[in-house]
Write a protein that binds this ligand. Structure first.
Ligand code: KG4
Ligand code: ZN
Length: 333
């Protein structure tokens, strides 16, 4: 019997709705919130209100594009956490209301598990066990994946996430939020000529706050000598920041691969869209004899297709949520 699930993602500043029928994603609609650009970062209250504006039209568009009616759905899924509480509340309440009104099951999904399972949307898919470097605006993790729904976090950031390191460095350069994609763009025309320090953190954990401070003082001192320093060197500064963040990430996943002996390596999350990181990981994979998995761009940043994918495994296990489901801002894998 075929199964159709509608999934909702609203953990941060993207509202997204996807529909999965058996193994195939029929539609994956994303409404991004450009409104945060002018504030230099996400304003949680604004994000929550924007989800309210986006969610009903997005549902209509998704059903129309998939040529389905609500009555065709077998379950509703939503991101339960981690994320911004006000943003999660909109998606969770909407999903719960739909499930209740249709009398169909509700499936709750962990956003970080979903980033990892984005690797199962398209072929080729990794085999178990494999390692995933999950790098987003809110998280930086090295995850050991033993099965679709059986994962262990081996290391994570002690302060800023990798995406935050990109965004906060960009803010110091006067770039709008989110600065990650813009640093990527400028870095393509620059050389990594400015050496920024690699933090000395034991084991598989990360830290990016020291790097951010080093960049801040470097820009302050250089701009004192030459007030046009940033403007005249923007591409090289971006290339230097990008190279340092990416080598920190790559060195840690290399350590994890050595420790576990695992050679199936993947990257996921918004920062995995970075062209420098994709190239560095591809080169490292060749050098180390890894099999590397990188999701399509549309499944790197936040999207409901990855939520739908997790939901399809949970549906098979009849792992349904109570209709009392509550969002969780800090939810462990
Ligand atoms: O996974 P995601 O869409 O949302 C969260 O779950 O946080 O990740 C968003 C993060 C932002 O920090 C954004 O700047 C970063 O991913 N990002 C990038 C690129 N595209 C998105 N960072 C560097 N280079 C990119 N091309
Ligand atoms: Zn995310």
């Amino acid at each position: 019997m075929s199964t159709t699930i509608l999934a909702i993602e609203s953990s941060c500043d993207d509202t997204s709705i996807a529909i999965i029928k058996d193994d195939a994603i029929l539609v994956n609609k994303v409404a991004s919130q450009a409104i945060h650009e002018k504030y230099g970062g996400i304003v949680p209250e604004v994000a929550s209100r924007q989800h309210l504006v986006n969610i009903v039209p997005l549902l209509d568009q998704a059903l129309q594009e998939a040529q389905l009616k609500m009555a065709d759905l077998d379950a509703i899924a939503c991101t339960r956490g981690p994320g911004l509480l006000g943003s999660l509340l909109v998606g969770v309440s909407f999903a719960k209301s739909l499930a209740l009104s249709m009398n169909i099951p509700l499936i709750e999904v962990n956003h970080m598990q979903a980033h990892v399972l984005a690797h199962f949307i398209d072929s080729p898919v990794p085999t178990f066990p494999f390692l995933c470097l999950t790098v987003s605006g809110g998280h930086t993790q090295i995850v050991l994946i033993k099965d679709h729904l059986d994962m262990e976090v081996m290391g994570e950031t002690r302060d800023d996430a990798a995406g935050e390191a990109y965004d906060k460095s960009g803010k110091l350069l006067g770039l709008p939020y989110p600065a990650g994609p813009l640093i990527d763009k400028h870095a393509k025309n620059g050389q990594a000529v400015f050496p920024f320090p690699e933090p000395k953190i034991d084991g598989l954990d990360f830290s990016f706050s020291g790097l951010k401070t080093a960049i801040k003082y470097f820009l302050r001192d250089s701009s004192k000598e030459n007030p046009k320093f940033i403007e005249e060197n923007l591409n090289d500064i971006c290339a230097s920041i990008q190279t340092r963040i990416n080598t920190i990430l790559c060195n840690k996943i290399k350590t994890a691969a050595e420790l576990t002996g695992i050679k199936q390596i993947s990257i996921a999350g918004g920062v995995s869209a970075n062209s420098g990181l994709r190239k560095l990981m591809t080169d490292t994979a060749k050098e180390m004899g890894w099999e590397l998995f990188i999701p399509q761009f549309q499944y790197c940043t936040d999207n409901a297709a990855m939520i739908a994918k997790v939901a399809s495994y949970k549906f098979e296990n009849k792992d349904f949520a109570s209709l009392e489901i509550r969002p969780e801002a800090r939810m462990k894998i």
